[in-house]
Design a protein around this ligand. Structure first.
Ligand code: FES
Length: 57
């Protein structure tokens, strides 16, 4: 489900994370810089990492 919300603090969806990866993000910190996902409570960090593991080749 591409439009599922990954970061509930900021309402950031899987698609937004995926786009950041397509734009060159390769690490959790890159995602935080580009989307701000994971920068509030940090609960979504594991899920962001899973998406990175899945999409970053
Ligand atoms: S759910 Fe992503 S920072 Fe809180």
């Amino acid at each position: 489900m591409e439009d599922r919300v990954v970061c509930t603090c900021l309402d950031i969806t899987y698609n937004t994370i995926k786009e950041a990866i397509e734009n060159g993000a390769k690490t959790l910190d890159d995602i935080k810089d580009e989307t701000e996902a994971g920068t509030i409570c940090g609960m979504c960090e594991d899920e962001i990492q899973e998406i990175l593991d899945e999409l970053v080749k």
